[in-house]
Design a protein around this ligand. Structure first.
Ligand code: OGA
Ligand code: MN
Length: 295
């Protein structure tokens, strides 16, 4: 099977030709998707019908190991019965739309901050795969920012100055900027992680800025300079020319590379309209093609 990709943005994001992801079997096709991920960083697949188990199996075949220590798992069990299946819906365990004051709702609302999935863990997240199950009749989009273009468009002297810097990422930090509070026991599970500010894709050698709202400080720079630099870089990365906005249709599966993008949810009337989304994120460990060969 040969997949084709049509670009949806001048610098990143592509839509795949017709394919049923449940039927992707040969290693060549998986490698084709990995190569396209390296090229475009965000891939859109239309008209999919993956069950939770099929989504998990696909993610493992594509990229190896799954992220299970999600932020939300510290608060509650996944409605989908497996901590690797993250519920990104505005619906509670009873199947009803969450109340305005529900804790799960305030937690998920923080997806409206620019972020990368699982940057607050070590190993960090690599690919995320979000499936749209129920989509509101009003726009409830997701935006993606191209962090390779963000890196490459900085002046050369500035790029050189960023090499070697490390950033602490904490989900408690990003939530607290919105006034969300964690108990002492919850905070204990959410200590955060340190990652380089500039990541290099080991397959393509392409550099990207790796930062987002979870980025609490630069280890080598004092506060407030380090924090201001992080803010400036996020602002630079999120300039309109580097942003793609995805309008969801039921059956869409969007896969993105968290090393090369930031994303955020756009606001909509979430106490009125139902929006059900299911995400699987893989860990940034090993070379996916070699891991698949070993399996
Ligand atoms: C996610 C996420 C944004 C959205 O699933 O990781 O941030 O629009 N989603 O739901
Ligand atoms: Mn996210």
């Amino acid at each position: 099977m040969r997949l084709e990709f049509r670009k949806l943005h001048p610098t990143f994001v592509a839509e795949a030709s017709r394919v049923d992801l449940r039927k992707v079997e040969d290693e060549g096709a998986f490698e084709g998707i990995r190569e396209a991920m390296d090229r475009f960083a965000v891939l859109v697949f239309r008209d999919q019908a993956l069950s939770g188990e099929e989504q998990l199996a696909f993610a493992i075949r594509l990229d190896g190991e799954l992220h299970r220590k999600t932020g939300i798992s510290v608060l509650q069990k996944s409605r989908f019965g497996d901590e690797a299946l993250t519920d990104v819906s505005n619906v509670g365990a009873d199947g009803k739309i969450l109340d305005a004051d529900a804790r799960q709702r305030s937690y998920t609302l923080a997806n409206r901050l620019w972020h990368t999935d699982a940057s607050f863990q070590d190993p960090r997240g690599r690919y995320s795969m979000l499936a749209a199950l129920v989509v509101p009749p009003v726009p409830a989009d997701t935006q993606f920012a191209d962090m390779r273009a963000a890196h490459d468009s900085l002046p050369e002297t500035m790029r050189a100055g960023l090499e070697g810097l490390r950033v602490h990422h904490s989900i408690a930090y990003s939530r607290q900027t919105l006034g969300f509070e964690f108990s002492a026991a919850e905070s204990d599970c959410l200590k955060g992680a340190v990652h380089p500010l500039v990541l290099v894709n080991p397959r393509t050698k392409h550099r990207s800025l790796y930062l987002a709202s979870h980025a609490s400080r630069i280890v080598e720079r004092p506060i407030p300079e380090g924090r201001l630099l992080l803010r400036d870089l996020i602002e630079h990365a999120a300039r309109p020319e580097r942003v793609y906005r995805h309008s969801w249709r039921v059956g869409d599966v969007v896969i993105w590379d968290n090393r090369a993008t930031m994303h955020r949810a756009c606001p909509f009337d979430d106490t009125i309209y139902r929006r059900e989304m299911r995400r699987v994120t893989t860990l940034d460990v090993g070379d996916p093609s070699r891991m698949a060969q070993a399996a």
